[in-house]
Design a protein around this ligand. Structure first.
Ligand SMILES: C[S@@+](CC[C@H](N)C(=O)[O-])C[C@H]1O[C@@H](n2cnc3c(N)ncnc32)[C@H](O)[C@@H]1O
Length: 347
């Protein structure tokens, strides 16, 4: 596994991405492809709306679908992160032969990260936790999947996990300070957490080629009232997570900020590839994020929402539009006490 992380810590304003002015086609055509728990039938129930499948029990809390299209998209996002981190599963580094004993992957989705982490770290016991049963029924011996709600009181022992990974839960977690307080209580002294989050407020460009009124931003703007009805804080950026982790008591909180190009417009080959992967992710992602919310919470008819979703993709296919969004990796550590664990953290 590669060990070099190509990004600088505390780089809050990464350099602009250079555009490839010679691109004439729409987006880069480069090849992109390159529980153990027994679950009751009721947990598996799904509902169908607007041609998409949603998990019945999660529906009031999490508005994204759980059909094959969405599961493929989540795995493609995982692939995008591997590209971003040059093949690494996370930024946190573990010494050779010192696998973290107890690992939790919060909101594990398809379970792909948990399975790959378990594979690379045979000395770790990995739990992938999610609201929806969208993980494979088979697992490696050191990986298990559990169904639960992260926003409820956690039943795990306190001071237990040596590493907690939490990726792309901006649409899932409503009460971030409480969530982060639970991370802090359940991580062992000296243990580490890694949050990976992205912006959902709008998309950006450094050279003004993405207009504020572009259909891509019109889409994000239309979603804001829906987020608010759901209690999702769409304004969060990297520094907010950093601040919340510090407030909860974490130390060594380090933030890595990346600009991810929305489309295959950059000159640099690696960035162009990333942008192309993002364009693929977005081709179903904007519908996954938007359709359910715009129709059930935003007052849009299915036709209006479909039109907004469809139009939002147009700027992504235009190489003259140099749009990007932010991905943040935030790593932190809980103090390793030399004496006793403080009373409030004892299990
Ligand atoms: C955008 S996906 C991210 C999946 C995974 N972390 C990844 O990066 O591939 C968000 C996941 O969080 C889950 N989720 C949403 N709300 C949750 C909650 N309150 N408790 C546990 N999981 C939740 C969803 O079911 C979904 O699988």
């Amino acid at each position: 596994m590669a060990t070099t992380i190509p990004i600088a810590a505390n780089d809050l304003n990464p350099a602009p991405i250079e555009a490839n002015d010679e691109v004439t086609s729409d987006w880069d055509e480069e090849s992109i492809a390159s529980s153990t728990q027994s679950l009751s039938e009721s947990i598996r129930e799904h509902v169908y709306e607007n041609g998409r499948r949603y998990h019945q029990k999660s529906k009031d809390q999490y508005m994204l679908p759980t059909d094959e299209t969405e599961l493929d998209r989540l795995d493609m996002v995982h692939h995008m992160h591997l590209e971003l981190l040059e093949g690494n599963l996370c930024i946190t580094k573990f010494e050779e032969g010192a696998d973290p004993a107890n690992v939790l992957d919060c909101g594990c989705g398809t379970g792909i990260w948990a399975l790959e982490f378990g594979d690379l770290h045979p000395g770790s016991q990995v739990i992938g936790l999610d609201l929806a049963p969208i993980q494979p029924g088979w697992t490696a011996p050191n990986v298990k999947f559990e169904l639960d709600d992260l926003e409820k009181e956690w039943t795990y022992p306190k001071n237990h996990f040596n590493y907690i990974h939490s990726r792309h839960l901006i649409m899932s977690i409503k009460d971030w300070p409480r969530y982060i307080a639970q991370l802090y209580s359940h991580i062992a002294p000296g243990g580490r957490v890694e949050l990976v989050e992205h912006t959902i407020d709008k998309s950006y460009s450094d050279d003004g080629t993405l207009l504020e009124e572009s259909p891509f931003n019109a889409y994000w703007t239309a979603l804001r009232p829906c987020y608010e009805k759901l209690g999702i804080n769409w304004r969060l950026h990297g520094t907010h997570y950093k601040h919340m982790l510090e407030e909860a008591g974490f130390e060594d909180v380090t933030i890595y900020t990346l600009k991810v190009p929305a489309g295959g417009w950059p000159r640099d080959k690696k960035m162009r590839r990333l942008g192309s992967i993002f364009a693929q992710v977005a081709s179903t992602g904007v519908e996954a994020y938007g359709l359910g919310m715009l129709t059930s919470l935003g007052g849009y008819s299915v036709e209006e929402a479909t039109e907004l979703v469809k139009n939002s993709l147009v700027p992504l296919r235009d190489p003259k539009v140099h749009a990007y969004y932010f991905e943040y990796y935030i790593t932190a550590r809980k103090h390793a006490w030399e004496g006793d664990t403080p009373l409030h953290l004892q299990s």
